[in-house]
Design a binder for this molecule. Structure first.
Ligand code: BGC
Length: 380
């Protein structure tokens, strides 16, 4: 066994997109490439008088994911390219200041209590109307002004490859009814599957929609956009939206439209025919709530393939349309430009509390919300 402080310096194609990664973990690696799995933690900052910690899970093949107790934020996800070189496939910030900067676009966040939009920041439940923060053109986005992405979760290590985060959201918090206990278990398996298991319970009926808001660029800095990533979504239908990105309530067929990703397609191919870029919910073909593969994303420059499995009925594919290179803090000096990364947010459909025809999002006392999503990495 060789004990090493691993530092990766990978060739970069220009100054902006440097793929130099310095990893601060101490690993035990043997000649066959086996790394001792485990979880390390380090101080990352302070928030609301509480310590922000970064937990890093390392698996047996040396892949790593780093997660904050602040917002359950995924700060780094290191997986190998086709040559076995590790690269960080998610956008984020080097330091905690980045996560506090105005206009942080939910990099790596855990989003809740209701991910995505609720029209006019209002919904009616059991005859009562609830008003939320209208933080996005008068609509509510991603849980309001201080959603689950901006709170401290209680962290607990489970074995050598899982981290459990728990958050107690109070009755009335951000306008939502009911005391909600939310838990998310993050696991990095030895086959490079990054899994999120979500559960929640409540003491009053409430809408719940939890998701992970990682911004992926599988090239790990070699390509400044995701326009040359190839995407396949197992969905024949999607939910069309109005100009404020609220679903119209209709479910439309993707065939013959730019929304058709039923066969692998370069993201850049049709993006200019979609006003603003892709930012829609695809209605997955899967039936019921079994865990099934629904998305494949491939980057030919690095050979990285990411397959997404979920129990959820919908997938928001957001092509990083609002990134504009203006963020003051980033990671490794990169510039995060328009379409610099994409999100694949497994979830229930946007605005479901106001659309009775969409799958139910109301959690009642005595029930348990359950959602599993897996991002599985390999190469080809
Ligand atoms: C939404 C985008 C929004 C982004 C915020 C995505 O989930 O679909 O419209 O701008 O989150 O960063």
């Amino acid at each position: 066994m060789l004990l090493t402080n691993v530092i990766y310096f990978v060739a970069c194609n220009n100054g902006v997109n440097s793929e130099a990664k310095s990893m601060d973990t101490t690993r035990s690696t043997n000649d066959s490439g086996y790394t001792k799995p485990g979880i390390t933690e380090k101080a990352f900052g302070n928030y609301d008088g509480q310590e922000v910690k970064e937990f890093t899970i390392t698996n047996a093949s040396g892949s790593q994911v780093s997660i904050l107790n602040y917002g359950g934020t995924v700060t780094k996800l290191l997986v190998p390219d086709r040559n076995g070189t590790m690269g960080d496939v998610v956008l984020g910030f080097d330091s905690f200041e980045g996560y506090l900067q105005k206009n942080d676009p939910y990099f790596g966040s855990l989003v809740g209590r209701y991910a995505n939009r609720i029209a006019n920041a209002k919904f009616t439940l059991d005859g009562k109307t609830y008003t939320l923060a209208g933080n996005n053109n008068g609509n509510s986005l991603h849980g309001g002004n201080k959603g689950f992405d901006k709170v401290i979760w209680t962290a607990e290590k489970l074995g050598d490859n899982s981290l459990k985060l728990t958050y107690q959201s109070k009755d009335g918090e951000e306008g939502y009814p009911g005391n909600l206990t939310a838990q998310v278990v993050y696991t990095l398996d030895s086959d490079n599957s990054f899994k999120l298991d979500y559960t929640a319970t409540t003491d009053k009926a409430t809408p719940v929609n939890l998701t992970s808001h990682c911004y992926f660029n599988l090239s790990a800095g070699r390509d400044s956009t995701i326009l040359n990533h190839q995407l396949q979504i197992d969905a024949d239908r999607y939910t069309p939206v109005d100009e404020k990105l609220i679903p119209t309530g209709k479910i439309a067929n993707v065939r013959g439209t730019p929304m058709d990703f039923t066969s692998p397609k370069l993201i850049g191919r049709d993006i200019s025919s979609v006003k603003g870029g892709f930012d829609h919910n695809w209605v997955l073909n899967k039936q019921g709530n079994a865990l099934e593969k629904v998305v494949s994303l491939y980057d030919s420059t690095s050979g990285r393939l990411m397959e997404v499995f979920t129990t959820e009925p919908g997938m928001q594919f957001y092509s990083g349309n609002f990134l504009d290179g203006s963020l003051q803090y980033t990671k490794n000096g990169q510039k995060y430009i328009k379409h610099g990364a994409l999100c694949l947010e497994a979830q229930h459909f946007p605005d479901s509390p106001n659309e009775p025809s969409f799958p139910n999002v109301i959690l009642k006392p005595g029930e348990t919300y359950r959602h599993t999503t897996v991002y599985k990495f390999s190469t080809k």
